[in-house]
Design a protein around this ligand. Structure first.
Ligand code: EPZ
Length: 428
């Protein structure tokens, strides 16, 4: 398995191109199941999860062609078309690797009236149930059994629009039911729907495909079902979590970095947090500039919430920054029950963090020191890279396959801004 070696202490200066959002690209690729015409998705990030999703969709009968961007590190363009669904099973082997595979469930049931999708099972972050996905489809009229670890869905009498209330805000739950509702007779109302920019991006693309959706960007989405959807050409929204991650890379190294393609309106909560910490974030013609010139990093408490609150996907990265802050920061993780696996690894680098249930208290230390550390999940892995950028000495992050799921060309992009970082390829 590849590892990443970082020699800390360099100040980041320069610019970083932000690619399309992983968590928008994944549902958008599944929207290709809803039409027999070509769905063109631009700004498709080069990530392991995108490759995994493409493999799954091809197994279902989706025809996919990928066009490369101008440079090796550029985003790509993907063309997705589904003349017919030739297979409606998403195997455990693929689903266990990537939970977002559950996003084929709604489109399959809506398009061909049946689906057999492996239950994703738990993951490092916790149990990660999908009960709300299943319940919503049942409310639309699908019959669902759980057989041998698979969700077996069918719609012998077709699907019919209804009102679905989410007791818990669920991003992929909203996306699954939003896609299904586009091909369901009648009106469907999704109440307490997720409002993440990736959900909005999906809704906007579905409208380009001929869907009738109102309330986009709000917590209530109203869909008038159609018989078919047509193709479209859609540019995937920039990845706000990648923006927030590189913003913290600039802050933690006392740097000055421009994030090309970043959209301030999608990370207001992170910008507000960084400004409280003492980091300057300003809009530029091409995105956002992030600089920290003051010597201190102020300790600021965090509570993760659904959008537009502080994103849980930014919690590990913010914690890395708080490790060298001037006081104690209390971090409440309210979304996932086990999203502190980066803590013991950061403590190996000299951080002073105590965890009590879903609350971590980070007491700032004057400096971190490099150490061999292990990635455990996508955002934990990047928090270790961030800490390594600021630490004294060498940090080696192992199991970087976690990192490659959500960050494309991370070592190239950071090295181009002055970081001393390289990938240690696993022996073939
Ligand atoms: C999406 O996961 C993202 N993944 C996650 O990003 C992100 O952390 C999460 O939303 C929260 O923002 C993708 O979009 C592919 P949820 P998702 O359903 O949809 C509970 C990353 O790092 N819940 O919004 O799986 C659940 O247990 C990944 O890029 C139910 O109880 O998350 C959790 O407590 C990690 N029943 C809460 O809702 C359900 O049926 C939010 O989960 C569904 C969810």
């Amino acid at each position: 398995m590849d590892r990443i070696l970082i020699r800390g202490g360099s100040r980041l200066e320069g610019e970083i191109e932000i690619s399309g959002a992983k968590n928008a690209a994944l549902p958008l690729m599944c929207a290709g199941l809803l039409t027999d015409e070509v769905l063109k998705l631009r700004n498709l990030p080069q990530l392991a999860d995108i490759d995994t999703m493409a493999k799954l969709l091809q197994q279902l009968g989706v025809n996919i062609t990928i066009e490369d961007g101008p440079m090796a590190t550029s985003a790509q363009t993907g063309n997705f078309s589904t003349k017919a669904i030739t297979n409606y099973t998403a195997e455990y082997e693929l689903v266990r690797k990537m939970r977002a595979s559950i996003l084929v469930l709604g489109p399959l049931v809506a398009r061909c009236g049946k689906a057999r999708v492996s239950l994703p099972g738990g993951c490092a972050l916790g149990t990660r149930p999908v009960d709300l996905h299943i319940k919503g489809l049942q409310q639309l009229g699908a019959e669902i059994d759980l057989q041998d670890g698979y969700i077996v869905a069918s719609a012998p009498n077709g699907l019919k629009g209804t009102e679905i209330f989410f007791p818990v805000v669920t991003v992929t739950g909203t996306e699954n039911l939003l896609m299904a509702a586009c091909l369901v007779k009648g009106e469907t109302r999704l109440v307490n729907a997720a409002r993440e920019p990736e959900v909005t991006d999906l809704a906007e693309c579905l409208v380009k495909m001929g869907a009738d959706i109102t309330g986009i960007g709000t917590g209530t989405l109203v869909i008038q079902g159609k018989d078919t959807l047509h193709g479209a050409d859609h540019a995937i929204v920039a990845d706000r979590i990648v923006v927030g991650t590189y913003a913290i890379a600039a802050a933690i190294t006392n740097g000055n970095v421009e994030l090309i393609g970043a959209r301030a309106e999608h990370i207001q909560s992170v910008i507000a947090y960084l400004e409280q910490v003492g980091v300057e974030v300003s809009k530029t013609e091409d995105g956002l500039r992030v600089t920290r010139s003051s010597n201190t990093i102020r300790s600021v408490d965090i509570t993760t919430e659904p959008y537009p609150g502080f994103p849980t996907d930014m919690q590990a990265q913010a914690m890395a920054l708080m490790c060298m802050a001037d006081g104690a920061a209390v971090i409440n993780e309210t979304i996932f029950e086990n999203r502190f696996m980066h803590v013991p690894e950061l403590c190996r680098m000299g951080a002073n963090i105590t965890v009590n249930g879903m609350t971590a208290t980070v007491r700032g230390v004057p400096e971190l020191h490099g150490a061999p550390v292990m990635a455990t999940d996508l955002r934990a892995s990047v928090s270790l890279v961030l800490a390594g950028l600021a630490a004294k000495g060498e940090t080696i992050v192992s199991r970087v396959y976690h990192l490659d799921r959500g960050y494309d060309h991370v070592e190239q992009k950071l090295a181009a801004c002055g970081a001393s970082i390289e990938r240690l390829k696993a022996a073939a």
